[in-house]
Design a protein around this ligand. Structure first.
Ligand code: SAM
Length: 236
């Protein structure tokens, strides 16, 4: 099953991004990396609006771009989302009518790009969508410190919904490819269903991202290490 189907989108926040406070902390950190005069921000691969909404609350003009309409439909139901301009599109080819002062791309999404060629092409497209001196910043799981496997089990309960979640990974260490299969047994107000989400990610160490940013024409790249994540950033 592809990871971002309509059903998966409905339960996505419950499974992956419960912590609104954490998202707010993340966008504050991202904002500390760009210029004070930053106004227009593109949330590339905005998903369910986890970063877009706190960014809007901070006063930015936010465009949320995502390739999966079902994920954005979840975002649109959230408080504050009426101020976000949502666009369906591919972040690797999207061309905004006006350039942005900053682009954020959250939660390992760039790791969905399996080849370096694709990743560099996407970064190049980000650069083209930025004003001169504008900032790109993306966060990634710190695989160098914590390893590649996200295996685990958890049970989450919220507002009448219970999810028993099992994450199972297969790691190709040579190619840094992480093939994951997550199973969620869900009880949604008595309705029972089981979902399987599967996908692939390609992990790369921080210095590899820096090289790819430079290849894409970015300047002054840098990395911040915070808890289990790294924030990679650079200037257009
Ligand atoms: C892991 S979620 C992250 C969502 C959000 N950035 C966050 O931090 O919560 C990945 C999202 O990326 C979107 N996505 C994947 N490839 C994309 C692409 N090429 N262009 C735009 N969106 C993409 C998926 O539809 C999904 O909503």
């Amino acid at each position: 099953m592809r990871p971002y189907t309509k059903k998966a989108a409905k339960y996505y926040d419950l499974l992956h991004h419960r912590d609104v406070k954490d998202a707010t902390r993340q966008v504050k950190l991202m904002a500390s990396l760009w210029r004070k005069k930053t106004k227009r921000v593109l949330d590339a691969a905005c998903g369910t609006g986890r970063l877009s909404i706190p960014l809007v609350k901070m006063g930015y003009e936010v465009t949320g771009l995502d390739i999966t309409p079902a994920m954005m439909e979840v975002a649109k139901q959230k408080k504050g989302s009426d101020k976000v301009r949502f666009v369906v599109g591919d972040m690797c080819t999207y061309k905004g009518k006006k350039k942005f002062d900053a682009i954020v791309c959250g939660s390992n999404t760039l790791c969905h790009l399996m080849t370096d060629k694709k990743a560099v092409a996407c970064l190049k497209n980000f650069r083209k969508n930025l004003v001169r001196g504008g900032t790109v910043v993306f966060d990634l799981w710190n695989c160098e410190k914590w390893g590649y496997s996200l295996d685990g089990r958890k049970t989450v309960r919220e507002k009448g919904v219970t999810v028993h979640y099992t994450a199972k990974d297969r790691i190709d260490k040579k190619a840094n490819i992480h093939q994951w299969e997550d199973r969620a047994k869900i009880d949604d107000h008595g309705e029972k269903l089981e979902l399987v989400f599967a996908g692939r990610l390609r992990w790369r160490p921080a210095d590899k991202w820096i090289k790819m940013l430079e290849k894409a024409g970015f300047k002054h790249p840098g990395v911040r290490y915070v808890k289990d994540k790294i924030y990679v950033f650079a200037k257009a």
